[in-house]
Design a protein around this ligand. Sequence first.
Ligand code: G4P
Length: 541
Amino acid sequence: MTATAVDKNEGTGGVVTEAARRRTFAVISHPDAGKSTLTEALALHAAAITSAGAVHGKGERRGVTSDWMEMEQARGISITSAALRIEYDDCVLNLLDTPGHADFSEDTYRVLAAVDCAIMLLDSAKGLEAQTLKLFDVCRNRRTPVITFVNKWDRPGREPLELLDEIEQRIGLRPTPLNWPVGIAGDFRGLVDRATGGYTKFHRTPGGATRAQEEHLTREQAAEVEQQAWADTVDELDLIEEIGANYDEASFRSGHSTPVLFGAALPNFGVGALLDTLVRLAPAPADQPDAKGGTREIGSPFSGQVFKMQANMDKAHRDRMAFVRVCSGQFERGMVLTHAATGRPFATKYSQAVFGSERSTIDTAYPGDVIALVNAQALRVGDTLYEGPKVEFPPIPSFAPENFMVARAKDSGRYKQFRRGIEQLDSEGVVQVLVSDVRGEQAPVLAAVGPLQFDVVKHRMEQEFNAPIELSTLDYNVARRTTPESAPKIHGLSGAEVLTRRQDSELLALIHNKWRLRVIERDHPDLVLEALLAGGVEEES
Ligand code: G4P
């Protein structure tokens, strides 16, 4: 810690110390790999440890909220995202929930923009799957450190060495196992900690409802109890030692290597090791670069960035909630902040911590924490709120849409509601809204990465805005940024059209597919057709 940081720390009630206790992370995985099970297991394990006094020596058992799934199911689609706060080993772990459906939405990118670390969760039988690869790409481009957890080791699966090889070969991330399973997948006996050589044997508890019972054995005892399974593990560990796959902080922090842990979330095997790893290795919140090339230091007065907007989470109250990650300073409920985009004051009387349908009032928050601000009509994704010296964080990059639909009100008499609804969903970033003089305001084009977003729009337009819509597919799947000079020329080409993105007035050329794009680029090299950013990922052309 630098001298100035120490001074600031004292001056701001321990902000730097509090920030150092935070770990803000998300789980990236393919549906069914066990994200919900792991989330619950992490919370349960931490709560059990805390209540058992193993770490704090006191403290009551904290409630484990798991009903967010219920809400997702009730709404048919996963459209919630918030932070689960887990206290463990004198640390505060903020687990940001990423939407759980198979589709890919901008929400997922935004959540990943708000974390300092990601857990890449793999199913031991399946290894790297499509959705995991996409999400990993976002992490890679943001240089987010990734910890890998190989799940479902209690079920038949692949060889551990084969899985490590797949990680290295397919995504170029160097795996550095921290522990190693004893017993093949499906006959999971326990884990060897590579650093200490200690063996933890697991005993199942029925249904994994509570923390698995653990038995700590010496190498000699392990050899005696596990026999051949132990001998196989020793051989594999020798091999790993030879290739030098040891944890390396610099390459982990820069996103070039990944510590790997094995386990099974359902029966709660290896979950404690994952928590310990998060505490020990995951980076704490750091100073944030601002939009002007400067830095907002952790210990400076409060600043935070909106990474997600959500309307009507609570059916009883028509509200609009902004999820803000604290970037610097201490947040206290009731503070009046400045909204950087407008310069207007923003009152924070109604700040909450939200996870699924569970809400609690939040009074204080520190860097890395997530606060939900109610009645946030004026805020948009990417906006900065601050106290003290002005700061604005760089915008969260919007993504390259691949699906386009024209929306029309079913009942033309409800045009006012239709317009209001489309505007609202646009400002929340549920979809991007594109308009053109040719198409008119009555028939805006909706753009999304994953087609499931259109179901969300349809549902919400009907339920919340009382303006049912019809959607018709547009035969485009590529979008490129263009200029006022190129736009009229593109309009004349077949399989292409130019529209304006309402949020930022950016001109987007929509093109039938990437082969058509190649032909246009070849025949008209003078046209400007820039690839769009996707969560910091430069799209492949
Ligand atoms: P997701 O959120 O990533 O989509 O996955 P989820 O946790 O829902 O888990 C998907 C399925 O995998 C669930 O079974 C869950 O019980 C199972 N599972 C998760 N972790 C483990 C593990 O470590 N070992 C084993 N054996 N199974 C695991 P399901 O049958 O689809 O659902 P359910 O009926 O059990 O709820």
